[in-house]
Design a protein around this ligand. Sequence first.
Ligand code: HEM
Length: 191
Amino acid sequence: MTYWPPEAQMALKMTHDISAALLVGGVFFNYFLLRPTLKRIPPPQQAIVATRIGHLFVYLAYGTLALLFISGFLRLYQLGILDLESGFGGFFHSNFFKAHFWETKYARWLLVMIGGWAVAIIDATILTFVTRPILLKRLTLTPRPTPAGMQERRENQVRVAEWLERVVLINVIVTTAALIAGASLVYGGWI
Ligand code: HEM
C-alpha cells in the first residue's frame, strides 16, 4: 500500500464514485424514463429529441468510463495491488498478475467491476459507430425516394432500433453489476 494524504485518497474515491453515479444514473434514465417517453411522441419530434440526447449521452458515457478507469487504476496502485514504481517488469510482477490474488473474493468482485466496465466500453463503441450512424440516416433527406426504397429503409431502421434497445439493456445490467461489485468491495467483496 503506498502512502497517499487523506485528501488525495478522498479525491480519488470521489472521482470514482461520482463517475459511477453519473454513468449508472444516465443509463437508467435512458432506459427506464426516456425510452418509454419517446414512444409516446410523434416520430419527427422523437428523432430530434433522441438525436440530441444521444449526442450528449455519448460525452457523458465516454467521459465517465475514462474517469472510472483512471481512478480505478490509481486506486489499485494506491492499495499496492498494482506496482507502478518498479518499471515494466515490476508492473507485471504486481499482485494483480499473481494466481493467489485471484483466489480471494476481493479479486472476484474486482473482476466483475472491471468486466462490467469492459462490456460497457464495447456497448458504447457499438452505439457510437454502428447503430447511431444508421439511425441518424433517418434524418438525412434522399432527393427522390421510391416507395420500395422507403419501405426497406423503414424496416431496416426498426431492426436497428430493436438492437439499440438490447445494447442499452445490456448496459443497464453490466453497469449495475459493476456498481454492486464496487459497493461490496468496500467490505472486502461479497461472497
Ligand atoms: C462501470 C464501471 C465501474 C463502476 C460502476 C464502479 C463502481 C465502484 C464503486 C461504487 C466503488 C466503491 C467506491 C468506494 O470505496 O467508495 C468502486 C471501488 C473500486 N473500483 Fe470501481 N467501478 C467501475 C470500474 C472500475 C474499473 C475499470 C476499475 C479498475 C481499473 C475499478 C477499480 C476499483 C477499485 C480498485 C476500487 C476500490 C476498492 C477498495 O477500496 O478496496 N473500478 N468502484
